[in-house]
Unconditional design. Structure first.
Ligand SMILES: CC(C)(COP(=O)(O)OP(=O)(O)OC[C@H]1O[C@@H](n2cnc3c(N)ncnc32)[C@H](O)[C@@H]1OP(=O)(O)O)[C@@H](O)C(=O)NCCC(=O)NCCS
Length: 155
């Protein structure tokens, strides 16, 4: 984080229709990630507006810059609607390893435990350690899940 001015991050619910979002989307695409492109397409088509029970989309702001995004959806790969899924997680490269990904995903976890029995994600291998540091368990042999957090009663 050296070189960045000392401005606190502010987490807010996000509508992915602003110039700041487009900038972050372009950055992610240039890095070879497509999660923010899919997020914008899903929002524009009305396919995924994060409006179903328990769902939310968060942005982390650094001043006027959008530095990170993370969404919580009802897991679309599972019947029943009682499992959540972390989706569209991306932190801008200069803001990585400063706790922002943790802040975003912990916000999603806190919300998810109120609505869902468990929280799933399919992470790329380079994000495995990140999820494991946050307490997710590695899942083997499932096509759409690499990591899961189970919410026990009272947890
Ligand atoms: C994965 C990603 C979201 C992590 O965000 P971040 O803001 O850098 O993560 P944090 O700084 O909050 O790190 C949280 C913990 O994970 C660890 N961690 C983060 N990235 C790591 C990495 N690449 N290798 C090893 N550990 C890592 C940190 O050391 C930290 O551990 P600690 O809090 O126990 O000390 C970010 O690198 C990213 O957006 N990558 C590109 C897109 C991507 O892979 N998205 C995930 C799709 S599911």
């Amino acid at each position: 984080m050296s070189g960045l001015p000392e401005v606190a991050y502010l987490l807010k619910r996000l509508r992915p229709t602003t110039l700041a979002f487009d900038r972050l989307k372009d950055e992610s695409r240039l890095e070879g990630y497509w999660m923010l492109v899919r997020l914008a397409d899903g929002w524009a088509s009305g396919r995924n507006s994060f409006r179903k029970r328990g769902e939310a989309l968060y942005g982390a702001w650094h001043g006027r810059e959008l530095a990170g995004v993370c969404g919580l959806n009802i897991d679309p790969y599972v019947e029943g609607g009682d499992q959540g899924r972390v989706r569209h997680l991306f932190v801008s490269a200069p803001h990585r390893r400063a706790g922002l990904g943790r802040m975003l995903v912990e916000t999603v976890i806190d919300r998810a435990r109120r609505y869902f029995t468990m929280l799933n994600t399919r992470a790329p291998p380079q994000a495995f350690v990140f999820y494991e540091r946050l307490g997710f368990q590695r899942v083997e042999g499932e096509e759409f899940v690499t990591h899961r957090m189970m919410f026990g009663k009272g947890s």
